[in-house]
Design a protein around this ligand. Structure first.
Ligand code: UD1
Length: 417
């Protein structure tokens, strides 16, 4: 399963280059099946989740080639409508293929993605919207059987700005008859990247990045080349690594606007941040300031995907901080692991109260999910003694060479397979 071993206490310094965003490239790879076309995607990160998506595309019959950070997908030979069960179980966001496959084949069979480490994560909004567009969806024996005689554009009001539902509807709408309007759409930058890919392929999508996305259906798509946007959460994680180790790290290849909410909280914590348009330098303070309140919210609010990492930081702050997790249920599993390292954290439902301690001590811990795993590595960087983090496969879902990059920045860290 692999584990990471960190000996804490080293200050990090140096430069880190941020690769393409997992959450941008996954829906883009799902979108490659919509047209009878070829897609060449650059800046594709080497991650477990991307590998799973590649396997799904191959199992559907697509031709896929991967050379370094480039992935080429030819969806012309696609010949299956069944998404393999074991791959859906491994990556819940494969549900994004529903809209794309309905658009391409008018049919798809996919297993129902059950609960996962960060709460039940229902897909009711996805199903409701696709039904409104003319899909018939039957749920039986854990599978979703979806078919349509042709999707039709319509007005969709989301109850909550769900990232996945917004993307699924966009993919379904690209070749639907007429115009689809998504209201209360998610505004995450990854949705802008998806729009940009789709429009280069000949789609007519407008409004991504705002709460109203409008898609005018087109008949066909053309070959397309796209460069994936940088990963704002990976960038935020290295910023937190600098903050927690009193380090001085330069983070390169970023879009500074995407990092405003994270930078604001790290400044409150006492960090100094200097930036130009596509890089920043972050200097960690001698002692982290506590933060009165951090509330996770849909973009442009503070991202839930940075909640665990900021909790590691606040666990050694000079006072008490509160984190309110409003996006997901049950996303505090890392708190218990931090407590093993000497942190003082109390959880009250969706609220965590973190009373900063002077120092953390190394312990044997287990990553329960992707960002929770990153949080434990960050805590290990500053803890006295040795920290072990089990279940590294969670971390590999979203961080490329995490331990190698941290080692290059000066951490005493290694991975054992
Ligand atoms: C995406 C990201 C994930 C990030 C999350 C929030 C990808 C691959 N994953 O996940 O890293 O943490 O956005 O920024 O891009 N919900 C429902 N019904 C639905 C859909 C969602 O109740 O039909 C709820 C979810 O349970 C959750 C909230 O809405 O509580 C937000 O979920 P959503 O925005 O859909 O997240 P994902 O797309 O799954």
């Amino acid at each position: 399963m692999g584990k990471i071993i960190v000996n804490g206490g080293n200050q990090l310094s140096g430069e880190v280059y941020i690769n393409g965003a997992k959450n941008a490239v996954l829906p883009i790879l799902a979108a490659t099946v919509i047209g009878n076309n070829e897609s060449t995607i650059f800046n594709v990160p080497d991650l477990r989740d991307v590998e799973v998506m590649e396997k799904i595309l191959l199992s559907l019959g697509c031709d896929v080639k991967r050379i370094d950070k480039m992935m080429w997908v030819d969806s012309k030979p696609l010949n299956s409508i069944r998404i393999p069960d074991e791959l859906v179980r491994e990556m819940r966001s494969s549900i994004i293929l529903m809209g794309a496959m309905l658009s391409r084949c008018g049919e798809v069979i996919i297993s129902y993605p059950g609960g996962c480490e960060i709460g039940p994560r229902p897909i009711d909004m996805h199903l409701k919207a696709l039904r409104e567009m003319g899909a018939e969806i039957e749920e039986s024996h854990g599978f979703l059987y979806c078919r349509t005689n042709g999707l039709k554009g319509c007005e969709i009001q989301l109850d909550y700005p769900s990232v996945g539902a917004t993307e699924n509807i966009m993919l379904a709408a690209v070749k639907a008859k007429g115009i689809t309007v998504i209201r209360n759409a998610a505004r995450e930058p990854e949705i802008i990247d998806l729009q940009s890919y789709l429009n280069k392929a000949g789609a007519k999508v407008n409004g991504a990045g705002t709460s109203i996305v409008i898609i005018e259906g087109v008949d066909e798509l053309v070959d397309v080349t796209h460069n994936t946007m940088p990963d704002r959460i990976v960038a935020g994680t290295y910023m937190a690594a600098s903050a927690i180790t009193q380090g001085e790290i330069v983070v390169k290849n970023i879009i500074i606007d995407h990092l405003q909410a994270i930078s604001a909280k790290l400044r409150e914590a006492g960090c100094l941040i200097y930036n130009d348009s596509n890089s920043l330098k972050i200097i960690g303070p001698k002692r982290i300031n506590s933060i009165e309140m951090i509330q996770t919210l849909p973009y442009p609010g503070f991202p839930t995907d940075m909640q665990a990492q900021i909790m590691a930081l606040l666990s050694i702050a000079n006072g008490t901080s509160i984190i309110s997790e409003t996006v997901f249920e049950n996303r505090f599993k890392h708190a218990e692991e931090l407590t093993r390292m000497g942190a003082n954290i109390k959880i009250f439902g969706k609220v965590a109260v973190i009373k900063g301690v002077k120092e953390l001590t190394g312990a044997k811990t287990t990553a329960k999910d992707l960002r929770g795993g990153a949080c434990l590595v960050l805590a290990g960087l500053v803890a006295k003694g040795t920290t072990e983090i089990e279940n590294v496969y969670h971390i590999n879902r979203g961080y490329e060479d995490f331990h190698i990059t941290l080692k290059e920045l000066g951490a005493d860290i290694k991975m054992i397979e």
